[in-house]
Design a protein around this ligand. Structure first.
Ligand SMILES: Cc1cc2nc3c(=O)[nH]c(=O)nc-3n(C[C@H](O)[C@H](O)[C@H](O)COP(=O)(O)O)c2cc1C
Length: 212
């Protein structure tokens, strides 16, 4: 698939077909992840595929403590904190699927990276290992889109239980837990944003960007 096609096709998907993910497609996507740039050059990234379903259940229930928020009242109380209708819409759609997407997906991928303890980080610069892990993740998501595969980058709020359960060594963090599969429904393309509203010329004040 042509690069810009894959960029348009990449969408967050939380409901999957039963159809297995071809091993080679998954390996191509992970290999694309490993081609991403990284601060300080050394790519500390490690991938875990949770294929043993019993282990996966325990990891996401007990380790991650992920859950589906199904109660409409609870969902509305949650989204009430947001002003933007678009954001409320995203949460109304996603909250009921946070656990089930991980249990039902044909593959569940964890992306780990090495990072010094969060409470020792004093500058944004020191978060570069996390930024780099997300460059790896985006390469993976784009490569998956090129393969007709989709997923959701779930970010653990607290991953200590999951790390312990899976034996992730000290010094490593989990950037994202990513259910992967073929989408249950056609997700369409992601919406283009208004570039000119965001492109500034020679400073913040002048918002045109486009050469006349
Ligand atoms: C850093 C990051 C964290 C995210 N965390 C979650 C998450 O925990 N749960 C979830 O369902 N979606 C999560 N998402 C997916 C976003 O909700 C989704 O990307 C956004 O709504 C835009 O939709 P699109 O990916 O289809 O363009 C995350 C995305 C990013 C980039």
């Amino acid at each position: 698939m042509e690069f810009y096609e894959a960029v348009k096709k990449r969408r967050t998907v939380r409901e999957f077909q039963d159809r297995p993910v071809p091993e080679e497609a998954l390996r191509r996507a992970l290999a694309a992840g490993l081609r991403a740039p990284c601060n300080a050059h050394l790519k500390s990234w490690q991938f875990i595929l949770l294929r043993d379903l019993e282990k996966r259940d325990k990891a996401v229930f007990d380790g991650l403590k992920a859950r589906d928020m199904k109660d409409p009242g609870e969902i509305e109380r949650f989204v009430a904190r947001f002003e933007e209708p678009e954001l409320k819409k995203v949460y109304r759609r996603s909250l009921p699927r946070q656990l089930s997407m991980m249990l039902e997906a044909p593959e569940l991928l964890l992306v780990c990276y090495r990072m010094k303890p969060q409470d020792e980080c004093r500058t944004l610069f020191e978060l570069n290992p996390l930024a780099s892990a997300w460059m790896c993740i985006e390469n993976i998501m784009l490569a998956l889109a090129a393969e007709g595969l989709y997923g959701c980058t779930y970010t653990p709020y607290a991953a200590r239980g999951l790390k312990e359960f899976l034996g992730v060594p000290a010094g490593f963090e989990i950037a994202a837990v990513i259910p992967i599969g073929y989408p249950k429904e056609d997700p369409g393309e992601n919406e283009p944003e208004d570039l000119d509203a965001r492109l500034h010329l020679d400073g913040w004040e002048q918002k045109t960007g486009r050469k006349e």
